[in-house]
Design a protein around this ligand. Structure first.
Ligand code: DOR
Ligand code: ZN
Length: 394
C-alpha cells in the first residue's frame, strides 16, 4: 500500500536485516572482465541480499594507486546497485616488495588495505604496513599463507589429498602466518583483520590473542563452515579454493569460533573464474568459488543448526563488517541509511549455476537445496533486487 506517497510493504513471515555487507569480494574489474565486471558483480551482490561489498585489489592492474581506486568507484557508481568499497593493495603490485601509497589510496576512497590472493611474506614490511596503516586508521586485511609451506599444494594436506594423489597445503601454512600477524599487531599495538579463517589452529590462535587484548578481528566464508576436503573427491575444480577446504575438525572449530565470537564476520570471498581458468588439470586450475548469491542461505544454516541466533547472523553479515571497515550501514536505527535486506526464512530454492547473476559459474553448490532467500534488497531507499511476486513489487 501507499502512505503519503511512501511505499509500505506488509511482509508477514519475513525478517528485515540491515543491508548485508560483504567485506571480501573479488569484482575482477579492471583487467579480468571475462570473469566478472563491477556491474555483474554488483547485480550478483544485490540479488544475494547485499547492499555493500568491499572489493579486493588483485585486479589487473592491481589497485595499488589512486587511478585504479577512482576507476572502480566510477564504475560502481554507473552500476549503482551496491556500495562498492575498494580495498587497496598493501604493496606495489601486491609483489610484497615496497609499500603502496596508503594516504593517497585512502584519499581516493580505499577503505582498507590487503594484498589478498597473496601474503606479505616479509615480516618487517608487514610491521611497517601495520604501523603506517594504523596512523591513517586504515584497516589491514591479512591473507595468511606462508608461501614456503603452501608451495606446490593443490588442496588441504590430509587423508583425502593422499588418497587422491594431490599435493597438500598444510594447515600450518595458514597458522604460521596468523601467528606472525597476531604477534606483529600485538607488538606494534595496531589492529589486524584476518581473512578467510579455515583451520582449527587459526581459530585457537585468534581466540587466545583476543583474550590477551590483541586488536584482532577475523572473518570466515560459508564454504569453510559448510564443506570439507571430501568435496574434492571427484576432483571438482569448483571446490578448489585458497585457503583450501579443510577437515571435519576444522569445520567444527570454525563453527565454534563463530558461535563464541572469535570470528567476527562472515564474508563470501566471492572469487569468480571462467571455465577456461578452471577446466585444466586440477593442480593448475585457478582457486576460488563464487559466493555472493549463496552466502546468505548457507549462513542461515548456522541459525537452523543452533550455532547463531538471527541477530548474531545479522551482526556477522552486516554490523561487524561495517564497524571493521568503518563504513556506514550495519544498523536499522532511525536516521541510518535505508540499506536493508528482507529475508524469507522459509523460501526453499535450488542453486542453479545457469541462473546466477554473476558472470562466472564456479560454484560447488550447484544443485543444492537451500532454505532462506533475500526477497528484497534496498539501498538508500531504492529497491535494487526484488523477488516478491505476491506483492508485485519489482
Ligand atoms: O581462492 C582464492 N581465490 N583465494 C584467494 O586468496 C584469491 C582468490 C582469487 O582472487 O581468485
Ligand atoms: Zn585471500
Amino acid at each position: 500500500g501507499k502512505t503519503k506517497g511512501i511505499a509500505v510493504l506488509d511482509l508477514p513471515g519475513h525478517v528485515v536485516f540491515p543491508g548485508l555487507i560483504d567485506m571480501h569480494t573479488h569484482l575482477r574489474e579492471p583487467g579480468y572482465e571475462y570473469k566478472e565486471t563491477i556491474a555483474t558483480g554488483s547485480a550478483a551482490a544485490a540479488g544475494g541480499g547485499f547492499t555493500a561489498v568491499a572489493c579486493m585489489p588483485n585486479t589487473n592492474p592491481v589497485n595499488d594507486n589512486r587511478s585504479v581506486t577512482e576507476y572502480i568507484l566510477r564504475r560502481a557508481g554507473e552500476a549503482n546497485l551496491v556500495h562498492v568499497y575498494p580495498v587497496a593493495a598493501i604493496t606495489t603490485g601486491s609483489q610484497g616488495k615496497s609499500l603502496a601509497e596508503f594516504w593517497d589510496l585512502k584519499e581516493a576512497g580505499a577503505v582498507a588495505i590487503s594484498d589478498d590472493g597473496r601474503p606479505v611474506m616479509d615480516g618487517a614490511l608487514m610491521r611497517r604496513a601495520l604501523e603506517y596503516a594504523h596512523s591513517l586508521s586504515l584497516p589491514v586485511i591479512a591473507h595468511c599463507e606462508d608461501l614456503s609451506l603452501s608451495a606446490g599444494g593443490a588442496m588441504h594436506e590430509g587423508l583425502a589429498a593422499t588418497e587422491l594423489g594431490l599435493p597438500g597445503i598444510p594447515a600450518a601454512a595458514e597458522e604460521v602466518m596468523v601467528s606472525r600477524d597476531l604477534l606483529l599487531a600485538e607488538y606494534t599495538r595496531t589492529a589486524v583483520h584476518i581473512a578467510h579463517v579455515s583451520t582449527a589452529g587459526a581459530v585457537r590462535l585468534i581466540r587466545d590473542a583476543k583474550a590477551r587484548g590483541v586488536r584482532v578481528t577475523a572473518e570466515t566464508a560459508p564454504h569453510y563452515f559448510t564443506l570439507t576436503d571430501e568435496a574434492l573427491r571427484d576432483y571438482d575444480v569448483n571446490a578448489k579454493v585458497n585457503p583450501p577446504l579443510r577437515e571435519r575438525t576444522d569445520v567444527e572449530a570454525v563453527r565454534e569460533g563463530l558461535r563464541d565470537g572469535t570470528i567476527d564476520a562472515i564474508a563470501s570471498d566471492h572469487a569468480p573464474h571462467a571455465a577456461t581458468d578452471k577446466e585444466v588439470e586440477f593442480e593448475y586450475a585457478a582457486s576460488g568459488m563464487i559466493g555472493l548469491e549463496t552466502s546468505l542461505a548457507l549462513s542461515l544454516r548456522l541459525v537452523t543448526d543452533g550455532v547463531l541466533s538471527l541477530a548474531e547472523l545479522a551482526a556477522k553479515m552486516s554490523t561487524r563488517p561495517a564497524e571493521i571497515l568503518g563504513v556506514t550501514g550495519g544498523t536499522l536505527v532511525p536516521g541510518a541509511p535505508a540499506d536493508l535486506t528482507v529475508i524469507d526464512l522459509k523460501r526453499s530454492w535450488t542453486v542453479n549455476r545457469a541462473e546466477l547473476r554473476s558472470r562466472s559459474r564456479n560454484t560447488p553448490f550447484h544443485g543444492w537445496e537451500l532454505t532462506g532467500k533475500a526477497v528484497l534488497t534496498m539501498k538508500g531507499g531504492v529497491i535494487t533486487h526484488s523477488d516478491l511476486p505476491e506483492t508485485g513489487v519489482a
